[in-house]
Ligand binder design. Structure first.
Ligand SMILES: [Zn+2]
Length: 78
């Protein structure tokens, strides 16, 4: 079989908003395994994290992140 590369498989990147359990900062990650917090450096397994939002669009994820921050909705999650 011939190897097909770019174009044949659409790799959908997912942008997820997760909250660091240590410093409570929200951030966007694309990793499915673990998240390294850019604020405190803590690496947390993704399955221990609550995903507040996810989207294939970085722009959308960013918008949602700002919205959540504005609403301070994070307080109800922890
Ligand atoms: Zn953190």
């Amino acid at each position: 079989m011939c190897k097909s590369e770019a174009g044949s498989t659409i790799f959908m990147r997912e942008f997820m908003i997760v909250g660091c359990p240590i410093c409570k900062n929200l951030q966007i990650t694309t990793s499915k395994k673990s998240m390294k917090c850019k604020y405190c450096g803590r690496i947390t397994n993704m399955n221990k994290l609550k995903v507040f939002y996810n989207s294939s669009s970085h722009k959308d994820a960013l918008k949602a992140l700002y919205q959540i921050r504005e609403e301070k909705a994070i307080k109800i999650f922890f």
